[in-house]
Each structure stands twice: as structure tokens, then as C-alpha cells.
Design a protein. Structure first.
Length: 193
């Protein structure tokens, strides 16, 4: 009898958990989301998408920007921005890897490699190093992996509202009162041995 009650309690708890997950996925259906077929949120970023800069020993990837897709932007969105940031870079001071803004609201994603060169799909900002004016993939040192945060920001700015070449900080300074919402994707990257 006790075994039946315990089994019944486990089944009831399991049903509650499944119902909760089901409700969570329904609530998230209409959410503003950013995804990539290259890696899952919290997953490992492939070496192909790692940075490649001559003279930097930690930048040994191919510097091919990952494909990104987004859906359900907030009402009133006129343009998007993508920021790629390594919070563990420079000993915890962080490194801005990619700043792209002025992405038209009609855009729902980038194909693989779209961010790897300047194009008319976005306005190029400046990474922390100032070069290149497009995607610079992860360049983590050997040892503990770094977490790279892709942030997609929806704004009410027209795509051509801001001048090219803004740093991450300059771009963010232009956003108070103009941001409609944001979503993100975190990838983990470590230099292979």
C-alpha cells in the first residue's frame, strides 16, 4: 500500500512537472527569441566560428559568423542590433567582439558568414580592437572556456539613424528610450589544445 502511494505521488509529481513544462513552452511561443543552428544556447561554439587574426595566438578559428535567426520582435521595432561580448575577456573586464546595428526590421536572421564581412545588411560598428568592422569570432585562451553572449536588441530607430563605426559603449549610449526589447544566446568557446 505504501509503495502504491509512493508510486502515485511520483506519478503525480511527474505529471505536474510535465504540465509546467508544457505551459512554459506555450508561454514562450510568442517570445522574442534568438537562435542559431550552429550551437544551442549554452552549447559549444564550433572552431569554424572562432576568430582568426594574424599575430594573435588565441585566434585560430576560421572567423565565419554563425547563422542566426530571430522571431517575434516587439511591436514598434524599426531596426535590430547584434552585439557579441566576451565577459571573461581581459581578465573579467570584457571584450566587445562584434557590433552590428541598423539591421532592418524586416530581417529575420543572417545566413552563415553574413556577418564576416561588411555588407548592406547592417551598419558596422567597432570591436574593442577597432578591427575588423565586422564579426570577430571568439579568441579564448587555453584553459577555462569563455562564454560569448550574442545579444539581439530591437529598437525604434530607423536603420540609417546612427553613423557607422560606433563602439559598443557609444551604441548603447544612443539607446535610452529607443530600445523595444532584447533577447540573447550564449555560446561557450575554448581554444583547442
Amino acid at each position: 500500500m505504501l509503495a502504491q502511494r509512493t508510486l502515485g505521488s511520483i506519478l503525480l509529481a511527474g505529471t505536474f512537472v510535465l504540465a509546467s513544462w508544457s505551459n512554459l513552452s506555450v508561454a514562450q511561443e510568442g517570445a522574442f527569441v534568438l537562435t542559431s543552428p550552429a550551437f544551442k544556447d549554452g552549447g559549444t561554439i564550433p572552431l569554424k566560428h572562432g576568430g582568426n587574426l594574424k599575430g594573435l595566438a588565441n585566434c585560430i578559428g576560421e572567423n565565419v559568423s554563425p547563422a542566426l535567426a530571430w522571431s517575434n520582435p516587439p511591436p514598434g521595432t524599426k531596426s535590430f542590433a547584434i552585439l557579441l561580448f566576451d565577459p571573461e575577456g581581459r581578465g573579467g573586464l570584457g571584450v566587445s567582439q562584434w557590433v552590428a546595428y541598423g539591421i532592418p526590421a524586416s530581417t529575420t536572421g543572417f545566413a552563415e558568414g553574413d556577418g564576416s564581412q561588411t555588407s548592406d545588411k547592417f551598419v558596422a560598428g567597432k570591436s574593442m580592437q577597432g578591427l575588423p568592422p565586422h564579426y570577430l569570432g571568439p579568441c579564448a585562451p587555453r584553459g577555462a572556456p569563455h562564454h560569448y553572449v550574442f545579444t539581439l536588441i530591437a529598437t525604434d530607430l530607423e536603420p540609417n539613424a546612427l553613423q557607422p563605426g560606433l563602439t559598443r559603449e557609444e551604441f548603447l549610449a544612443a539607446l535610452p528610450g529607443r530600445s523595444k526589447g532584447a533577447t540573447g544566446l550564449v555560446g561557450v568557446y575554448a581554444r583547442p589544445n
